[in-house]
Design a protein around this ligand. Sequence first.
Ligand code: NAD
Ligand code: LMR
Length: 314
Amino acid sequence: MVKVAVLGAAGGIGQPLSLLLKANTTITELALFDIANTAGVAADLSHINTPAKVTGYKGDEQLEGALKGADVVVIPAGVPRKPGMTRDDLFKINAGIVKNLATAAAKHCPKAFMAIISNPVNSTVPIVAEVFKAHGVYDAKRIFGVTTLDIVRANTFVSELKNTEPQSTNVPVIGGHSGVTIIPVLSATGHSFTDEQVERLTQRIQYGGDEVVKAKDGAGSATLSMAYAGARFVNSLLEASVLKKTGVTECTYVKSDVAEGLEYFSTVVELGPEGVSKIHPIPSLNAHEKKLLDAAVPELKANIQKGVDFVKNA
Ligand code: NAD
Ligand code: LMR
């Protein structure tokens, strides 16, 4: 039995993500939770002839049912950006939402893998970790910030430039998930780029989210590409933990000591039966990438502290 719970399942990301998870035949139960509209989404998805039994839960009083027995909890609950906003501007609303959902998960499914999509990811992951610590159920190996969309974007942009197959292009993107904290390691792709290409690619990967926010013009941020990326990440988690495949890796934002002075950082992480099985170090960086890392550190540090303080000082 493999139960996956999606919290925020009726939202812009939640619906297509749940659709893609319903198509994942490793999942036997898909629990959809939201504060509104879950019944319709659950009824709709339940007609698809794949193994996952779909259940819908609405409102705080049904949260326990969604979480009980969950092996994986994916959280895309919360508000998205509008043009002119930073991800950190979402902290005010989303920090509280994530904290409440994490509190329920710590009580009802403390051993679940927690995959956090809600922004600002740089801060919401520390929030989940601090909540689990406060409940005495913390396991750093099981809490992940989903940064997969940065990798998906980087792979697309590089493959467009280099005419390579998008599916087999693999650009490590390390650091965090916001503007300057997103560090594409283009030197690790095996391709050569002019300085101008590096400049343009880096800017586009760091601000790909803004590109979508601008195009949606007030109607939200990336949902469909995020659903794809989120489904890929959950699939990797299940391949490593349930199907016991070895060598499954994803860049993901986890508790890590690879970057001096930062408690959380994304690098390539090998996944295993218990979640994180091996955290790869920061790959060898060229001078340009070292500058990107230097620029990322202060913002990432502040974002992490803000998340930790939100729980500790509550
Ligand atoms: P949305 O507004 O379309 O959907 C959010 C859903 O969350 C809604 O259905 C809402 O009812 C639900 N919700 C609100 N409070 C809730 C609660 N307490 N419990 C359960 N559900 C709750 O937004 P969206 O476009 O799906 O984006 C969701 C979040 O994901 C945003 O914070 C956005 O910034 C973030 N995001 C992250 C990434 C990433 O790469 N990690 C990518 C895209 C978006
Ligand atoms: C993204 O990268 O698309 C998300 O983090 C959403 C956003 O606010 O840009």
